[in-house]
Design a protein around this ligand. Structure first.
Ligand code: MN
Ligand code: MN
Length: 447
C-alpha cells in the first residue's frame, strides 16, 4: 500500500463520513481565515491555551509550546527532547491584492481602490468577482484597527470590472499577459458624493472609512490591507468530491499539519509545525522562511532544557516535510505536464522529490535516503500517496520553503495536496487528497 498512480483512488481508503467531516471543518477554516494574520490567529485559536516559549523557564516532555513573530510567523511543538525532531513547514500567505499606500482615487464619477498584487497571479482572473477588504491598520493615535468588510452577509464588497466584449477588440488581440496589467487592478469603492455635491468622490470614500474605522488617508500608507476573494468555499461535482475555495495554497497544508500535530502524541520525538509568511514573494523578510525564526527557536529550546546538543546538531537531527500544494493534471491543458510523472486529483497526497525548473534550478533535491524513508512511513500506515512533478521541463516550475530549511542542514522533502487553478481566486482540490495529507502528516509525526 498504496502507491496509487495507476491504482486505486484515495477515497476508497477511507469512509465517506470521515472525509466529509474533515473537509467540512477545513472549509470553515479557509472561509473564516483569508489573510496571513487571520490564518495565524486561527491556528492559535485552535491551540486553545498554549504556553508561549517566551513565558516559561523550562520545557517539559509531552507538553505543547508555541512561539511567534509579528503575528505572521508561528511555530508550535510538542517537546520530547532533541534527539529527533519531526517538523512540517508550510505557509500562511496566499496570492491577493494589497492596497497601495494611497489607494483611494477617483475617475469617471467612481471612486476606487488601487492595488498592487501580491504573489504570482494572472491578473485577469481577479476581475468581475466580489472582493472582501481585510487587514490591519494603525490610527494616528497608535490604535490598532482590524478591517473586515465583506465577510458578513449584509456587508458590501469591492469588485474590479472588466471591459465588455463589445469594446474589447484591441484587448482581445493582445497577448494574455498584457490584456490586464497590474495597474488595471483597481476595485470600485463608491459612486456617491455624500452631502456636498461638489466634494470629491474619493473624499466621501475616505470619510466613510474614517467614520467606520477612525482611519485617515495617511493612516493607510502603513496599513496591511488586502483585497481577497469574498466567496465561500463550495463542494464541486455531482459526487461532491472536490472543493473550490480561496487559499488552498497553502492553507490546506497549514490545516492538515496543525490537525496532525494536535492529534498525534509520539513519546520520543519532538513534533513541530512551522507556519511562514511571504512564501509567495520568495520567502523574504522577517516573517519569511529565509529568516532566523526557526534557528532562534532552537536556541530558545536549548536554553530552556538540559539538552547538550549544539544548534547545528539539532538541525542535523531535524526531519522536515515541506508541505505545499502542487499542480494536478488539468484535462483542459494537456500539453504542460509530463503525464507519466504528474499528480492526479484524487490519488492521494503528492511527494515532490524536487521542485525548481529547467535543470532543477532552485530545487534543493531531496536525498534518496530521506525520500525513501518517508515513502516507507506512508506505506506502513496505509496512506494513499503519489509522486507528482510540476510541469514539463521547459514549461516553468515553482519553489517552496524547502530549500531555505535544507540550507540549515535538516533533511527535507516536499509534499502536498494537488490542486487545479493554483493562485486563482478559487482553487480546486480533492477532499480525499486533503484527508490523505492529514493521514500522511500524522504518520510522519508518529515516526
Ligand atoms: Mn504554496
Ligand atoms: Mn503559491
Amino acid at each position: 500500500m498504496e502507491f496509487t498512480k495507476e491504482g486505486e483512488e484515495a477515497a476508497s481508503q477511507y469512509s465517506n463520513d470521515v472525509i466529509e467531516s474533515f473537509s467540512d471543518r477545513y472549509q470553515t477554516f479557509i472561509q473564516s481565515h483569508k489573510t496571513e494574520r487571520e490564518v495565524i490567529k486561527g491556528v492559535i485559536d485552535a491551540l486553545d491555551g498554549v504556553k508561549w516559549v517566551s513565558d516559561v523557564d523550562e520545557l517539559h516532555h509531552g507538553e505543547t509550546y508555541a512561539s511567534k513573530r509579528h503575528e505572521r510567523n508561528l511555530a508550535v511543538f510538542t517537546y520530547n527532547g532533541l534527539d529527533e525532531i519531526r517538523a512540517i513547514g508550510s505557509h500562511v500567505d496566499s496570492p491577493c491584492l494589497h492596497l497601495k499606500p494611497f489607494p483611494v482615487q477617483e475617475e469617471d464619477n467612481v471612486s476606487f481602490l488601487k492595488s498592487h498584487y501580491y504573489g504570482g497571479i494572472k491578473p485577469y482572473q481577479w476581475l468581475n468577482i466580489p472582493l472582501s477588504l481585510r487587514g490591519v491598520a494603525y490610527t494616528e493615535a497608535g490604535e490598532r484597527v482590524t478591517v473586515n468588510i465583506g465577510s458578513r452577509q449584509d456587508d458590501p464588497v469591492f469588485t474590479i470590472p472588466d471591459l465588455l466584449p463589445h469594446l474589447s477588440q484591441e484587448q482581445l488581440d493582445k497577448k494574455m499577459k498584457d490584456a490586464v496589467r497590474g495597474e488595471d487592478l483597481n476595485a470600485l469603492a463608491g459612486n456617491r458624493h455624500g452631502d456636498d455635491e461638489d466634494d470629491a468622490l474619493r473624499h466621501n470614500a475616505l470619510r466613510l472609512l474614517h467614520e467606520e474605522y477612525d482611519l485617515t488617508e495617511s493612516d493607510l500608507v502603513g496599513a496591511e490591507l488586502r483585497l481577497v476573494p469574498q466567496t465561500d468555499p463550495h463542494d464541486v461535482g455531482f459526487d461532491r468530491s472536490l472543493i473550490t475555495g480561496y487559499g488552498h495554497d497553502d492553507r490546506s497544508s497549514v490545516y492538515t499539519s496543525l490537525q496532525a500535530l494536535l492529534t498525534t502524541s509520539p513519546s520520543d520525538t519532538t513534533s513541530l509545525a512551522v507556519f511562514y509568511d511571504k512564501e509567495e514573494i520568495g520567502s523574504e523578510g522577517t516573517t519569511g522562511a529565509k529568516n532566523q525564526f526557526w534557528n532562534v527557536l532552537y536556541e530558545d529550546i536549548l536554553s530552556l532544557t538540559d539538552a547538550e546538543q549544539t544548534v547545528n546538531e539539532v538541525w542535523a537531527n531535524t526531519k522536515v516535510l515541506s508541505a505545499d500544494v502542487t499542480a494536478a493534471s488539468n484535462p483542459n491543458f494537456n500539453d504542460v505536464q509530463d503525464k507519466s510523472n504528474a499528480a492526479l486529483l484524487g490519488r492521494g497526497v503528492s511527494i515532490k522529490k524536487y521542485t525548481g525548473s529547467k535543470g532543477k534550478a532552485g530545487a534543493h533535491d531531496a536525498s534518496a535516503e530521506f525520500t525513501s524513508s518517508v515513502i516507507q512511513t506512508l506505506q506502513a500506515n496505509d496512506v494513499p500517496w503519489q509522486s507528482g512533478v510540476m510541469g514539463k521541463i521547459h514549461i516553468g516550475g515553482g519553489g517552496t520553503i524547502a530549500k531555505f530549511i535544507a540550507n540549515r542542514g535538516a533533511k527535507v522533502l516536499d509534499i502536498g495536496v494537488p490542486v487545479l487553478g493554483m493562485h486563482a481566486p478559487q482553487e480546486v482540490l480533492s477532499k480525499a487528497d486533503l484527508y490523505s495529507a492529514y493521514q500522511a502528516f500524522s504518520a510522519f509525526y508518529k515516526g
